[in-house]
Design a binder for this molecule. Structure first.
Ligand SMILES: OC[C@H]1O[C@H](O[C@H]2O[C@H](CO)[C@@H](O)[C@H](O)[C@H]2O)[C@H](O)[C@@H](O)[C@@H]1O
Length: 609
């Protein structure tokens, strides 16, 4: 594949998503859910692993693209020496059928097009039987899956591809509709593509119209909001971390992971972003998802789940895929689901408090949840864990994890104190929170480095330490925090963007090397805001904003030297950063202040615990 990550745009129907290249090729599509086996997997292999291209025959055609304003409808305009034409790509919201629609519209002169449809089920491995119905529909079937392609354009099969040519003159419109169904069901009647376009446009307009202005960042925020909505599995309210698997964190490297699942950690920030923009319906749907997903014994609570709350996310490698630019292995599923990551308890507690502070009615299970989880956590916080970065090199006493355990008790105390009905519970939570606070301040601060460190006894600086002031563990102007921020600036910034940690100095169980991790730079900008370093915050935010591709999307990581995106795409974490940090900058009191202020008063180290 020659396309880079930033060459792709996202389309989706809030149940699954597809990536479309600048050249009009859909190189990634999983039907019917985000985490279903891909039907087009060329993104991670070759065109023979499945793709659907509609592009001018003239290989020298110039292309430009945009989303139709306030929608997820992609418009790619091609210009040739003989005319210009637009390709519209979108996925209508589900109406008993799973569709992807494409319309080619002649703008000026006449443009010749070719289309090449290569369906391969099971992540590019399974070649289907392809036949044509009497009314001309192309039907591709293998095992449980079936794709039906309808268009007035005559199509022929050759060499396991289905191809055709056509021309559009100014004013002409040529529709294509691809429908997925389980192969045992009857083939359904086609839906009208133009009506579907109008309905899809209305859906996104209605959604985006509720977004309040965020000063000069309004368009960036709106695009990120639409992207987060597109990453939401609407039937359940779960939110996937990204639309893809295995886009590499280093070109040619092995840090390739499946992000088509719901992380509890990523969710607190998503909840904040939705609520701060007034999207309570989405926030409430996510909270319901969370309560269903984590129901059960606290020691069985996972750090991530499938979009419907599935727990078994078994990791495996489809060895027939060569990987994005030969970045192997490709991984399906995610073994991190089985890790112990202490911070998720704090994330859940924080999400509950944020929801209450945002004005959402208290969830009826909030109290039951705290009564089950906190007694477990009372001893569990002392255990080493795999941490926010999900290391595969063994558990450690990660500083960020302990701090988030403190968050769990701190928020539980705050919430219970608000209801006033359990003073003994509040007192117990506060005492444990104080004990954790003291433990962290004693064991995780290195006076020689004048900084908190990644784990107890370590000498490594870690960008997750930026979350200490952001969750209210210590004030942003505490000398230990200002020392830590300086250490992060001195050691983790690479061309002005933050790495998570030094992968070459820490054994995380993987070969070293990766890009800068974008959400960490957003956290840095948020800390600058808390420290009244508004100029630094704004400059960093606008740098990050400038890294978005031409349609406003960000991946997980960025290589500032090669000037290219890395990691899964588009990633919710990065878009949450684009929203939250914009709000922090645009409002005198944004999410950073409110999350920090949610914390009860942190004890002084000399205070008894
Ligand atoms: O690189 C190591 C780990 O990377 C993934 O996790 C990262 O993405 C998550 C989802 O956005 C995020 O919650 C986490 O903090 C990040 O480290 C991957 O899923 C892991 O399996 C992998 O070990």
């Amino acid at each position: 594949m020659t396309a880079r990550i930033e060459d792709y745009a996202l389309i989706g129907d809030c149940e699954t998503a597809a990536l479309v290249s600048r050249e009009g090729s859909i190189d990634w599509l999983c039907f019917p859910r985000f985490d279903s086996p891909a039907s087009f997997a060329a993104l991670l292999g070759t065109p023979e692993n499945g793709r659907w291209r509609i592009a001018p025959t003239d290989r020298n055609a110039r292309s430009s693209r945009r989303y139709r304003p306030d929608t997820l409808i992609l418009e790619t305009t091609f210009e040739t020496d003989h005319g210009s034409a637009m390709l519209i790509d979108f996925m209508p919201l589900r109406d008993n059928s799973n569709d992807l629609a494409r319309i080619v519209i002649g703008l000026t002169g006449k443009v010749d097009f070719t289309t090449d449809f290569v369906a391969r089920f099971d992540y590019g491995r399974t070649v289907p039987w392809v036949s044509q119905t009497e009314d001309g529909a192309i039907v591709a079937v293998a095992g449980p899956d079936r794709l039906v392609l309808r268009t007035p354009v005559p199509l022929q099969g050759a060499d396991l591809h289905t191809a055709g040519s056509f021309s559009v003159s100014a004013g002409e419109r040529v529709p294509f509709l691809l429908t997925y169904t389980a192969s045992h069901l009857p083939i359904m009647a086609s839906r009208d593509v133009e009506t579907a376009l109008a309905d899809t446009e209305n859906f996104w307009h209605e959604f985006a119209s509720r977004c309040p202005p965020v000063g000069r960042y309004t368009e960036t925020v709106k695009r990120s909001l639409i992207t987060l909505k597109a990453l939401t599995y609407m039937p359940t309210g779960g939110i996937v971390a990204a639309a893809t698997t295995s886009l590499p964190e280093q070109i040619g490297g092995t840090r390739n992971w499946d992000y088509r699942y719901c992380w509890l950690r990523d969710a607190t920030m998503t909840l904040q972003a939705f609520m701060k923009l007034g999207y309570y319906e989405e926030a409430s749907a996510w909270r319901e998802w969370l309560m269903r997903a984590i129901a059960g014994a606290p020691e069985q609570m996972q750090i991530m789940y499938g979009v419907s709350g599935e727990r078994n996310l078994l990791e495996w490698e489809p060895r027939w895929l060569q990987g994005f630019e030969n970045s192997r292995p490709v991984r399906i599923g995610n073994a991190a689901a089985e890790q112990f990551q202490l911070d998720v308890y704090g994330e859940v507690a924080d999400a509950m408090l944020q929801a209450a502070m945002g004005g959402m009615p208290r969830h009826p299970r909030t109290r039951a949840l705290s009564e089950v989880i906190l007694p477990y956590l009372q001893s569990a916080w002392r255990r080493p864990d795999e941490g926010i970065w999900e290391v595969r090199g063994g558990a450690q006493h990660f500083t960020h994890s302990k701090v988030m355990a403190w968050v769990a008790f701190d928020r539980a105390a705050t919430m219970s104190a608000q209801t006033g009905d359990r003073p003994d519970f509040v007192e117990r939570c506060r005492a444990i929170a104080d004990e954790i606070h003291q433990d962290v301040c004693q064991k995780a601060f290195d006076p020689a480095l004048d900084s908190f460190v990644q784990a107890y006894g370590s000498k490594t600086i870690d960008a997750s330490l930026l979350l200490l002031p952001l969750v209210g563990f210590l004030p942003a102007d505490d000398p230990r925090v200002t020392g830590t921020v300086k250490a992060i600036e001195d050691t983790l910034l690479h061309h002005g963007l933050a790495h998570r940690y030094h992968t070459d100095r820490v054994d995380d169980g993987l070969p070293p090397g990766e890009g800068t991790f974008l959400v960490c730079s957003f956290w840095l900008a948020d800390v600058y805001t808390l420290q009244n370093r508004y100029g630094d915050a704004r400059r960093l935010y606008e740098r990050l904003q400038s890294l978005c591709n031409d349609v406003g999307l960000l991946s997980e990581e960025y290589d500032p030297v090669a000037g290219r995106m890395l990691g899964n795409f588009p990633q919710a974490f990065s878009h949450i950063g684009l929203i939250n940090t914009a709000l922090n900058l645009a409002r005198s009191s944004g999410p950073a202040e409110e999350r920090a202020e949610a914390a009860g008063e942190a004890p002084k180290e000399s205070e008894p615990v």
